[in-house]
Design a protein around this ligand. Structure first.
Ligand code: FAD
Length: 491
């Protein structure tokens, strides 16, 4: 019997995940990717001996990667070598106050106790609850496709939701355990990954602290793109066909059914289409008759921040830097106001510096440092060369002051990246970097649906639908959608 054909739009984590799962179930799968290589926001580029990961740099929740590969009888170690980082990361509170977060629990407890008497016992209590949330969240909630409210109507789930603290804020929750401003800062950091401030983030996301503190911070040797390479190799083992430089420009729709997708080279027919490209862009391609949500709906979404990024090749080592360095040396309330409340270019931003060459000599020439700088910024800002350069100079001043040495004269490669690039490379709505913020009203059933409600064979996956932004959620999203697609194709 002829295999049913599925087209997946986009070769980011979610697209590769869904494609692999569907091919594993026996479908013929073709991935159409606009860019020349896979990875989406996690692509890589090489320049002058430097290897730059373009997006993600934190490998958290190693168990999700294990689950992903195990679905296909594999392990992450079949494709890449992981190293646990110790310290997990460094937090720079001022030039003179720097906290290295130890990888081991005893070290973390001693650190907490040094800031607040009794804090190590409080950490135990906090993590016990967070472990429960992680278990229920990761084993249950994130695997729900969230297409029907009935998925959530059970007494057990309601009890779980209350125990999970779905309805209170992380901000209030964490303050029940700790008073020290420094500890609060450290504990609120993982929440930033969810794209919202702690006041607007459900307390259930203390599961992120469990992930960070208990499961650890890891790094795939060679760089984060090794995950992509591994996933593509696995997909190809399952006969997924990848076609690059193949942007989907529209759909041929007959009787509420997508008959084919349109590319520059012509129509490609399919029984089913899964769009992992930015949701809003796909909606635009569908037009008013077939999109799920109006422009007004999208305009009201709370987006996670965009980013201003710098990829720098430095012709010397910078011994003061660790692999991950968080510059929390300015007032976060001012910066977060400039991201969420009054979207504008920040006055004095917090920023993040990653130097993977501290762990991995393969990502920089000998004696050099590979440096990735990231400032979270509001989406949809005017993005000009002048803006970028202004922040580059600010960051250089602060980095040089911290490192105690000249850096800018040793820059042998420099590339910046912001809204305009996110839009032109990925069709990112408002130049977003990480999709939608994980606020209460943008959780589960309240996220953009993974199913098109007007067409019988179009699904969505990726960071703008369930379960949300980040590499592990994108892997899960792909698997959840593959399951829904399979059910639909078997009907
Ligand atoms: C700077 C940055 C840092 C990050 N840091 C981390 C981190 O440390 N840890 C973490 O877990 N997560 C991190 N994230 C988030 C994580 O990278 C994303 O959530 C994840 O990669 C999203 O995967 P995706 O498949 O949903 O989307 P994408 O990666 O965007 O994939 C979508 C793909 O669709 C393609 N496409 C778009 N339009 C079309 C079209 N019309 N036709 C064909 N193809 C199309 C795009 O080119 C792209 O390849 C970071 C993201 C960024 C941007």
């Amino acid at each position: 019997m002829k295999k049913k054909k599925v087209i997946v739009i986009g070769a980011g984590f979610s697209g590769i995940s869904t494609a692999t799962a569907l091919a594993n179930l026996g479908y013929e799968v073709q991935v159409l990717e606009k860019n020349a290589e896979p990875g989406g926001r996690a692509r890589v580029f090489r320049e002058g001996g430097f290897v730059f990961d373009m997006g993600p740099s934190w490998y958290w929740m190693p168990d999700i990667f294990e689950i992903y590969f195990s679905k296909f009888g594999k392990k992450p170690s079949d494709y890449y070598e992981l190293k646990r980082l110790d310290p997990s990361y460094s937090v720079i509170l001022s030039d003179s106050e720097v906290i290295d977060i130890p990888a081991d629990m005893e070290g973390i407890k001693a650190l907490f106790e040094s800031y607040e008497e009794g804090a190590s016992a409080q950490l135990d209590k906090f993590l016990k609850q967070a472990a429960y949330k992680y278990r229920v969240g990761i084993q249950d909630f994130v695997w729900r496709p969230s297409v029907k409210i009935t998925e959530f109507l059970s007494l057990k789930l309601l009890v779980d939701a209350i125990r999970m603290d779905v309805f209170s804020s992380f901000y209030k929750h964490i303050r029940k355990f700790f008073k020290s401003e420094t500890i609060l800062k450290l504990m609120e950091f993982p929440i930033l990954f969810l794209g919202a401030i702690s006041q607007n983030t459900p307390a259930m996301y203390s599961l992120m602290n469990f992930a960070e503190i208990t499961l650890g911070t890891w790094y795939p040797m060679g760089g984060m793109h090794q995950i992509v390479n591994g996933m593509v190799a696995l997909a190809e083992e399952k006969q997924v066909k990848f076609t690059y430089n193949a942007e989907v420009k529209g759909f041929e729709i007959v009787n509420k059914h997508v008959r084919a997708v349109k590319t520059a080279k012509g129509l490609i027919e399919a029984d089913m289409v899964v769009a992992s490209a930015d949701y809003h862009w796909v909606e635009q391609l569908l037009g008013d008759d077939f999109r799920n949500y109006s422009e007004e709906y999208w305009d009201k979404r709370v987006m996670a921040p965009s980013s201003l990024l710098f990829y720098l090749g430095i012709s010397k080592r910078l011994p003061k830097l660790k692999h991950h360095n968080l510059f929390f040396d300015r007032d976060f309330s001012v910066h977060s106001h400039e991201i969420y409340t009054d979207p504008s270019w920040p006055s004095e931003p917090l920023f993040y510096a990653s130097a993977p060459s501290v762990t991995d000599p393969s990502v920089a020439p000998e004696g050099c440092e590979n440096l990735f700088l990231l400032i979270p910024i509001a989406p949809n800002l005017e993005d000009t060369e002048a803006h970028r350069e202004k922040y580059f100079l600010q960051l250089m001043d602060r980095l040089e002051a911290y490192c105690g040495e000249n850096i800018r004269d040793f820059i042998v490669y420099k590339r910046s990246y912001a809204h305009q690039d996110f839009m032109s490379d990925y069709h990112a709505f408002k130049g977003n970097a990480y999709g939608l913020a994980n606020t209460l009203f943008q959780t589960a059933i309240l996220k953009p649906s993974l199913k098109n409600k007007k067409l019988d064979n179009l699904y969505y996956t990726g960071q703008l639908t369930v379960p949300g932004p980040g590499v592990p959620p994108s892997l899960i999203s792909g698997l959840v959608v593959a399951n829904e697609v399979d059910k639909s194709l078997r009907k």
